[in-house]
Design a protein around this ligand. Structure first.
Ligand code: NAP
Length: 425
């Protein structure tokens, strides 16, 4: 495909699909990878992370051909005031299979829809994955932050995020109210007067593919347990059914000695259950209880798989235990495609000041390297970031929580990490 404003690199090859159903790609020696720096602090952390990723790739004998693509503010500047997400940006991410992006601003209330949600839905990136692990030297409110080593799988396409909702005092909302009260018989459930109504679709397809992805991840990465987190005691036919469908995947699609679905795990202690040695255990937990266990019994949890809203809350809460937004990486996965992006947003008040912490974007790049099977480069990134932080060289967000740390700008912090990459490789 030919592009208009996207900078197509002179060299490099496309990542190809090997087996879409089984999420297999074939990575060339010098893959072309689209990169969107993003809005706000994206203009600081985007270029800094790009340099660090280059250094880690090159130190391990790899090369990336970057393809600069635009969305948000940078797209409006180039394509016109109304163009927030150009078709060719979506096309570049679609065509090249693996991409990385910084944060994009979404105005609250009015204005355009979230570009992030649009990208995830258009490309059917159905699993949002956030590894949450502790790096030495990072300030944490926890007594034993090192116990945190979880990976959250959040369903990315449905639940209350599907966007099916109606505003109060519109004809549409009154039609829905009438249908629910008169036809479905919920005539004493909703309060009189203005009301907003939303739908919460949870499908077999959406639930099963997410849980399947979490189980496959656990098997590939030698994890011990996948916990399905939902609020099925209250929302039986949506959240509860998510759990039931998830357990069906475990029971029906994998041999018991590889993946063991714990019986009645919501209500029963599992001490007496005979679990096959080395099997990944699949269990269910209620979301409210899970929020406290995550803090009080951190080391008991491993991989979590959740519907969209639970995943949003729980992954942020998990991130807070190991240093917060400046550190927390993420990625969105579809079938044989991946879009790496940090958990944080565009933090407008910190934008353009060479202040923001690029770690979250750098570690999102680590997740991307992991997907490319560039294990050596992925490990080197983690080690170099950890070495930098534990030497007390950090950006403002961590420096204000530490006693003897040196505060660095975004660029200078990236330089330190690159220095450590060179030292460690
Ligand atoms: P935010 O941008 O994540 O920032 C909230 C606060 O977190 C910042 O003010 C800053 O705290 C801290 N922070 C975030 N990233 C940081 C970093 N890299 N380094 C250091 N500190 C960091 O959340 P928001 O203010 O709610 O959202 C702003 C915009 O971003 C909104 O338009 C929102 O829709 C969008 N957003 C986009 C994405 C995405 O692109 N995936 C995700 C979330 C939000 P201090 O002020 O204490 O320094």
């Amino acid at each position: 495909m030919s592009y208009d404003k996207i900078e197509v690199p002179d060299s490099g090859q496309k990542i190809e699909v090997e087996d879409e159903e089984n999420d297999e790609i074939s990575v060339p020696d010098e893959p072309i990878i689209p990169i969107i720096h993003g809005d706000g602090i994206g203009t600081d952390v985007g270029p800094a992370a790009q340099r660090v990723l280059n250094a880690a790739a090159q130190a391990t004998g790899r090369e990336i051909s970057w393809m600069r693509a635009y969305a948000g503010e940078s797209a409006r500047e180039r394509y016109g005031e109304d163009v927030n997400l150009p078709d060719e940006t979506v096309e570049a991410v679609r065509e090249h299979r693996v991409a990385i992006k910084g944060p994009l601003t979404t105005p609250v209330g009015a204005g355009f829809r979230s570009l992030n949600v649009a990208l995830r839905q258009t490309l059917d990136l159905f699993a949002n994955v956030r590894p949450t692990y502790y790096l030495d030297g990072v300030p944490s409110p926890m007594k034993a932050p090192g116990e945190m080593n979880m990976v959250t799988f959040r369903e990315n396409t449905e639940d209350v995020y599907a966007g099916i909702e109606w505003e109060h005092d519109t004809d549409e909302v009154e039609q829905v109210r009438e249908f629910v009260e008169d036809e479905m018989g919920f005539d004493e459930t909703m309060h009189d007067g203005p009301i907003g109504i939303g739908l919460k679709p949870i499908s077999e397809k959406g639930s099963k593919r997410l849980v399947r992805r979490a189980i496959d991840y656990a098997l590939e990465h030698d994890r011990e347990k996948v916990t399905l987190v939902h609020k099925g005691n209250i929302m039986k036919f949506t959240e509860g059914q998510f759990g039931t469908w998830g357990m069906e995947v475990a029971n029906e699609e994998y041999p018991d000695d590889e993946v063991f679905a714990a019986p009645d795990s919501l209500w029963e202690e599992q001490d007496e259950v005979d679990i096959p040695e080395d099997a990944v255990v699949i269990e269910e937990r209620l979301a409210d209880a899970m929020l406290q266990w995550m803090q009080l019994r951190t080391d008991e949890f491993d991989v979590l798989a959740m519907p969209n809203l639970n995943g949003d809350y729980l992954s942020d809460a998990a991130g807070a235990q190991i240093g917060g937004l400046g550190i927390a990486p993420g990625g969105n996965f579809g079938k044989a495609r991946m879009l790496a992006e940090p958990v944080h947003g565009s933090a407008p008040k910190r934008a353009g000041q060479n202040m923001a912490n690029p770690t979250a974007l750098i570690l999102s790049g680590r997740l991307m390297f992991d997907y490319l099977d560039w294990d050596e480069a992925a490990d080197l990134l983690r080690d170099a970031v950890e070495e930098t932080i534990s030497a007390g060289k950090v950006t403002y967000d961590l420096e204000r929580q530490l006693d003897d740390a040196e505060k660095l700008g975004t660029r200078e912090y990236a330089d330190e990490i690159i220095g450590n990459i060179e030292k460690l490789s």
